[in-house]
Design a protein around this ligand. Structure first.
Ligand code: CA
Length: 399
């Protein structure tokens, strides 16, 4: 998009509105304002114009504000209560300490409608003072304006984002499309942050039903993308997708319930099998001979077992399978494991329930392989820990 062409033909600029849907009611809850250049040759996005740093800042601000005015006028004429998502480049916003933006918004939006405004910022390219931005956003919030952080991904600074206390976190699926599995940890971290600060997760660039399902499974509450609705010059019916969306979500729910049920059953079976073997060997505590006998009975499941007391001190050596042989690692005796995640929590649970526990899967510190630990009380003060082998988990699909 040629910058001069944009600047000399402002009358070709138009706001477009992309609907954002909610998973609670399956209806449109808001629109993101997007700048478009409309001419005889078609409709073009202004994205590249706004990202072009060779265009002087004041021109980019001018175009941004020009579109914002047109958009707000149109939205306020449209009689509904939907949220209004407005993109701002924080570097440009801070040029006048946010005053120009607020002035325009106040010009078109009444006091009681201020809570409908959502300002979308990406913190990635912000090179100004975080503290000042934080102050400005806090000031905006006193008007009821909401804050969304745009373009979250692997290169986001989650600590910085958390200090801005946003209401909404926007995750762009397009940026994550090279194999979602590798981005699982990123999505998980963003999800944890959202829960901790009480922010809503919005997934954008949803282009397929699979991406919609992915968003739903990763706790997305708001959705945006071509699969649902493309940006338009006008608004759509609030309930336009309600039936289809509801049906799709229902199929996700059924599939997820089936998969959870299967996993639950498999986990329960595994737990029960190991429990019976442990019970049969009548192991009573940290006795090496008994542990070795137990290890060979657990051959198919485990690569390591040991006994700890309730404070996490290991009261037995490790019985470890190496190159197909069980061996004893004396040096592990008396080590303390209370610092490990969930360790004491699991002890308390076992002490109270007096039954076995199967941990979630995690990466073993020594082998680096995915494992799960089965643990069970042996007597008043000791607990048996059985680390399950990767091969077993993989073959039986109990990750
Ligand atoms: Ca945006």
């Amino acid at each position: 998009m040629d910058a001069m062409e944009v600047l000399t033909n402002l009358e070709h600029l138009q706001p477009f509105f992309q609907p954002i849907f909610s998973a609670d009611d399956h209806v449109v809850i808001g629109y993101e304002i997007l700048g478009r250049y409309v001419s005889d040759s078609g409709v073009e996005s202004l994205g590249s114009f706004f990202q072009d740093e060779s265009v002087p800042e004041e021109y980019r601000v001018e175009v941004d504000n020009y579109i914002l005015r047109l958009a707000l006028e149109k939205i306020m004429d449209n009689d509904d209560e939907s949220l209004i998502f407005i993109n701002r480049d924080p570097n440009l916003l801070m040029l006048d300490h946010g005053a120009g933006f607020l002035e325009i918004v106040k010009e078109y939006v009444s006091e009681e409608n201020m809570t409908r405004i959502v300002i979308e910022l990406s913190e990635k390219k912000f090179d100004g003072d975080m503290e000042s931005l934080h102050h400005l956003l806090s000031y905006y919030k006193t008007y009821g304006i909401k804050v969304a952080i745009d373009h979250l991904g692997a290169d986001s600074h989650l600590d910085r984002i958390s200090t801005l206390s946003p209401h909404i976190l926007k995750v762009n699926l397009e940026q994550l499309n090279q194999g979602w599995d590798t981005h699982k940890d990123v999505i998980t971290s963003i999800g944890v942050l959202a829960r901790r600060i009480g922010a809503i997760l919005l997934f954008e660039s949803i282009e397929t039903v699979y991406q919609l399902q992915f968003a739903w499974r990763n706790s997305g509450r708001y959705y945006q993308g071509f699969y649902l609705s493309e940006p338009n010059a006008t608004f759509i019916e609030r309930e336009q997708l309600k039936e289809r969306f509801r049906k799709e979500c229902h199929s996700f729910i059924l599939a997820e319930k089936r998969s959870l049920e299967q996993r639950f059953t498999k986990k329960k079976q595994l737990q029960e099998e190991i429990r019976l073997i442990v019970q049969k060997t009548k192991i009573s505590g940290a006795d090496i001979e008994q542990l070795k006998a137990l290890a060979s009975s657990l051959e198919a499941f485990s690569f390591r077992l040991y006994v700890c007391d309730e404070d996490g001190f290991q009261t037995s050596p490790n019985i470890l399978k190496k190159h197909g042989e069980w061996m004893i690692q004396e040096e592990y005796q008396n080590k303390n494991w209370s610092w490990r995640p969930y360790f004491l929590k699991t002890i308390i649970k076992m002490r109270n329930d007096q039954k076995g526990e199967l941990s979630d899967s995690y990466s073993d510190i020594e082998t680096g392989e995915t494992t799960r630990t089965f643990s069970i009380p042996l007597n008043e003060s000791e607990y048996l820990f059985v680390d399950l082998s990767y091969d077993y988990l993989y073959e039986h699909d109990v990750f």
